[in-house]
Design a protein around this ligand. Structure first.
Ligand code: MRU
Length: 351
């Protein structure tokens, strides 16, 4: 089975080619992003989503959005570069990977004292490196997570932290894919993941495509499954990991961690080191994105909330470090008390 290419350069290099995830599982479609407006719209509307993938897309998008400005005066070009970077950076606040990748690409450009073409070339090289590094980090997460998945393991996951969320084979799903490659029979329960259904639409789609047995459950079924002894371990992804090990991830992750603790089930978080934010001391300091009412009230067509009722729609929650059994990264498996200093704490190229 070929690996999904969730974010990549278009063949001519003038666009960021993404899989348009809004249309899955009904339809597989790609979308070439060129302008800053297109890049921002794709990230904001979750056409491209998942912390590593939006970082990669944002970094590449800075490049494509500036291609038609190459003949501007250097000072005008520089000002536009900062504007574009700010617009993309601000599309979604919670995943640290977005700001991290955009900043890396901008710094690579600003380090060049040359013509606009040379600045763009440097930025393109950096964005390409971020994609390649992410692919490698996913493989490494899979290798480090493999020993945690014995033959026959039944894994519960939430949202989508697979190939569709990264530049490679995913984070939470990377150990699953490695276990399959190793010939182990593992299966996955995919939480549906209200309100945007990343679990049922995306995780179930990519696992089925890869031949991994997957069963979709509604979010409220997890407790009952655990009580029946049907879940051996949970693995989820992360949008930002604070220095103390608190984890921001898709809304519902915290509840799952509480349930896992109650039932004595290991609860793992899998993430690349680009998701660790050394600047954020703990989960309380993480900005949680609030999303539109209609995602809950009219998510996929029918009105499901009366117009007079309020809707609360935070996209993420924070799971305290004490509920996390271990964090599987590209640089190894970390357990409390967390000390990420060896990782560079805020991403960086693999050693
Ligand atoms: O709102 P989304 O779909 O971007 O949320 C994605 C998640 O919460 C993922 O679990 C997280 O980004 C990790 S992806 C490897």
């Amino acid at each position: 089975m070929d690996t999904l290419e969730t974010v990549r350069w278009s063949p001519s290099g003038d666009a960021v080619r993404i899989i348009d995830q809004r249309r899955l599982p009904a339809e597989y479609a790609e979308w070439d992003l060129r302008s800053v407006e297109e890049v921002c719209e794709a990230i904001r509307t979750l056409a491209v989503r998942g912390a590593p993938a939006i970082g990669i897309c944002g970094g590449m998008g800075v490049v494509t959005a500036l291609l038609d400005r190459v003949h501007d005066a250097p000072s005008v070009f520089g000002a536009r570069l900062r504007e574009v970077a700010t617009s993309i950076r601000e599309t979604r606040p919670t995943a640290v990977n977005l700001a991290w990748a955009v900043d890396r690409v901008v710094q690579a450009g600003l380090a060049v004292e040359g013509r606009n073409e040379e600045v763009l070339d440097a930025m393109r090289r950096e964005a390409t490196a971020i994609l390649a590094e992410d692919r490698a980090m996913c493989e490494s997460i899979g290798a480090h997570g493999l020993p945690l998945l014995p033959e026959g393991a039944r894994v519960l996951t939430h949202c989508n932290a697979g190939a569709l969320a990264t530049g490679g084979i995913g984070t939470a799903l990377a150990p699953v894919y490695h276990a399959r490659r190793a010939g182990r029979h593992v299966s996955v329960y995919a939480d549906e993941t209200r309100p945007l259904l990343q679990g049922s639409r995306l995780t179930a789609w990519e696992l089925s495509r890869a031949g991994v047995p997957v069963t979709v459950i509604t979010d409220s079924m997890a407790a009952s499954l655990m009580r029946q002894g049907l879940v051996d371990l949970c693995i989820v992804g992360a949008d930002r990991i604070a220095a103390n090990g608190d984890v921001a991830n898709k809304i519902g992750t915290y509840g799952l961690a509480v349930l896992a603790r109650h039932h004595g089930i290991p609860f793992y978080v899998a993430a690349p080191t680009s998701t660790i934010d050394a600047e954020t001391p703990g989960g309380d300091a993480i900005v949680i994105e609030q999303r539109r009412r209609d995602e809950v009230s009219q998510g996929f067509g029918a009105l499901t909330v009366p117009n007079d009722a309020e809707v609360f729609n935070p996209a993420f929650d924070v799971t305290p470090a004490e509920l996390v059994t271990a964090i599987i990264t590209d640089r190894g498996v970390f357990r409390a008390r967390y000390d990420f200093s060896a990782t560079g704490g805020g991403g960086g190229p693999p050693p």
